[in-house]
Design a protein around this ligand. Structure first.
Ligand SMILES: Cc1cc2nc3c(=O)[nH]c(=O)nc-3n(C[C@H](O)[C@H](O)[C@H](O)COP(=O)(O)OP(=O)(O)OC[C@H]3O[C@@H](n4cnc5c(N)ncnc54)[C@H](O)[C@@H]3O)c2cc1C
Length: 363
């Protein structure tokens, strides 16, 4: 099911089948002057169906929202074989329960999405402007993120790499990144006065303790910086086996989260390299293990548990965008209280009384 069925230029939506690759949809609508905002780092390999089922986020969701914010309606096959349509092709629609939002992020446990009507946006005018800043400490980068988010400058992305990640990416592909920095912040602004906004964000970084902060409208420079962030997972995989975590905290607690992870790495002797969507408070610590070291798997799992516990202690979530799947099932009960968990079970049994849809996943 890999067809893009319709692109409606005037009404700014696309109708796709679920097997369409995110990047292919992005290119198809860009050719017509529009864009589809959800851009998980896996955009070249992940499908619209998978993005919908996990409510995927990405670099741009800071400004344009997560996948759920770009869905107008769905066609879904239910467990009994019946086919339903949720939502509408209009911008506004309040007829019936919001089943579209219920299916988005349900990890295939309530129905199988067979078609989606996705909201598009006009491409922002001009070129985006990018800034990069290096910080001598984690509290300083936390302060800068909070200041940028509060400023109203509206970054279209705000990504962070910690010191371990900078070193690993630099070893994998030398780009001249500052290995001595405690953290690197990469931000972008699009639309009117993008370069003014990027300059103002760079200035906020300096005011909050950045050692260096520069902005640029050169697409090649921006591409190189974003490539450094995108290469993180591949650079970690080149070193060993990777357990990639996904937790979120309120943005004001970001520095505490990063400091806690750094302490955990030092205490456990594990290599943990953290990157993430700083503007959303959503971090991806990658725990890297030597291949073939089965004992280390237990230690990595314990470290992942401690990271989830830390996120909850800071008022956060055990999954920002990757979902529960099978790996985090036990953590669902830690985050949801008993009546809330029971409400989830009620929804599941109403849609899938015989438990045939993705059995054992998520709940
Ligand atoms: C290198 C890398 C970077 C990543 N970066 C990000 C990121 O930035 N943001 C992010 O959110 N995630 C990220 N991910 C995680 C992952 O790519 C996303 O969750 C993505 O949305 C999954 O899409 P997929 O096509 O691979 O789905 P799959 O892994 O095939 O499926 C995911 C789940 O959705 C269900 N599903 C799939 N299709 C349907 C359908 N049609 N109807 C109902 N259920 C369905 C499956 O049963 C499964 O439970 C990353 C992963 C990697 C490996």
């Amino acid at each position: 099911m890999t067809a893009i069925l319709d692109i409606a230029d005037d009404d700014l939506y696309a109708v796709t089948q679920p097997g369409v690759i995110n990047g292919d949809l992005g290119r198809a609508v860009a050719a017509r002057g529009m864009f589809y905002p959800p851009d998980p780092a896996s955009f070249e390999i992940s499908s619209i169906g998978g993005n919908l089922a996990t409510n995927a986020g990405g670099f741009r969701c800071l400004k344009y929202g997560v996948t759920r914010d770009s869905v107008l309606g769905l066609q879904v096959v239910l467990a009994d074989g019946s086919v339903i349509r949720t939502g509408a092709r209009t911008v506004k629609n309040v007829v019936g329960y919001d089943l579209t939002s219920l299916f988005v992020g349900s990890e295939g446990t309530l129905g199988i999405i067979t078609e989606a009507t996705l909201r598009l946006r006009p491409q922002p005018p001009g070129l985006p402007a990018t800034f990069v800043a290096t910080f001598p400490s984690l509290p300083a980068v936390g302060g800068a993120v909070a200041a940028i988010v509060r400023s109203g400058l509206g970054p279209s992305l705000l990504e962070l790499m910690d010191q371990a990640s900078i070193g690993i990416v630099e070893n994998f592909r030398p780009m001249g990144l500052d290995r001595t920095a405690a953290a690197l912040l990469i931000g972008q602004s699009d639309g009117d006065d993008a370069s003014g906004a990027a300059e103002a964000m760079a200035a906020l970084c300096l005011r909050n303790g950045a050692g260096l902060a520069v902005s640029s409208t050169d697409p090649a420079e921006a591409g190189m910086l974003l490539e450094a962030r995108r290469l993180h997972y591949h650079a970690c995989e080149a070193k060993g086996r990777v357990l990639s975590e996904d937790i979120g905290v309120p943005r004001s607690r970001l520095a505490e989260l990063l400091t806690g992870i750094a302490h955990l790495a030092a205490a456990s002797g594990l290599e943990i390299a953290t990157v993430g969507h700083a503007g959303d408070g959503n971090m991806h610590p990658a725990i890297i293990l030597p291949r073939g070291d089965d004992e280390a798997i237990g230690a990595a799992q314990r470290a992942a548990d401690q990271i989830c516990r830390l996120a909850l202690r800071l008022g956060g979530t055990v999954s920002g965008e990757h979902g529960i799947g099978t790996l985090k099932r036990e953590w669902l009960g830690a985050q949801l209280d008993a009546p809330t968990y029971a409400a989830h079970r009620l929804v599941k049994s109403a849609f899938d009384p015989f438990g045939i849809l993705n059995p054992g996943k998520a709940l």
